[in-house]
Design a protein. Structure first.
Length: 206
């Protein structure tokens, strides 16, 4: 069983107490002796859970980008929209900045997050780390802030209510895949404990 380094000092987020980091086993937490706040926790099977949710997210991401997102029907006219067409459509409509934002937040950030998580976590399950893991890990924690699929989904729901009176709308497979993707990706990231992950990367063989 791997453990966090005992020489690293820990700082309590709540009361700034400086403490020597204890050796934690899976499922254990370090509690501040002064304010009783949780300083660091080592999740049980956190790598396995992250790997499982990241793999599910990869499948859902592929489904979300392959199947129709929305079908609009008005009279005899019917049009289907794919997820990435929400970005190209905005670009064609004269909103290049908005199109770039949608492409980054809805396609690029989740793709980087899923790909990065798999690249980091899968080899760690066997105690190995691939080249560039440390740099990629920083990027993954940054991409986490830029993944805004849930904001996109909320804006889609708002526009659906407005468009509902003009045309008959049917939500496609991609929409439901995106809903499941948000849940899986959130669970994948929530299962990761940054301090624990860094310790495991340090201990892994290159
Ligand atoms: Zn404290």
């Amino acid at each position: 069983m791997q453990s966090t380094s005992p020489t690293q000092p820990l700082v309590c987020h709540d009361c700034d107490a400086l403490l020597a980091a204890p050796q934690l086993q899976d499922g254990e937490k370090a509690i501040c002796p002064r304010c009783v706040g949780v300083i660091v926790s080592r999740g049980r099977n956190s790598l396995q859970r992250t790997a499982a949710f990241a793999m599910a997210s990869a499948v859902l991401f592929a489904v979300a980008n392959s199947f129709p997102f929305l079908t609009m029907r008005a009279g005899f006219r019917e049009s289907q929209m794919l997820l990435w067409e929400s970005a190209t459509g905005l670009g064609a409509g004269g909103y290049p900045a908005l199109a770039a934002a949608v492409a980054i937040f809805i396609i690029a950030a989740p793709a980087l997050l899923i790909g990065g998580l798999l690249y980091i976590v899968m080899p760690l399950l066997w105690g190995r780390r691939l080249p560039g893991t440390v740099a990629l890990c920083r990027w993954v924690f940054r991409a986490r802030r830029w993944d805004m699929t849930e904001v996109f989904l909320l804006s889609v729901l708002v526009s659906l209510m407005k468009l509902g009176s003009l045309a008959e709308l049917t939500l496609g497979t991609s929409f439901w895949a995106l809903v499941a993707l948000i849940v899986c990706l959130t669970a994948a990231v929530a299962s990761l404990h940054p301090r624990d992950l860094w310790a495991r990367i340090e201990e892994a063989r290159p």
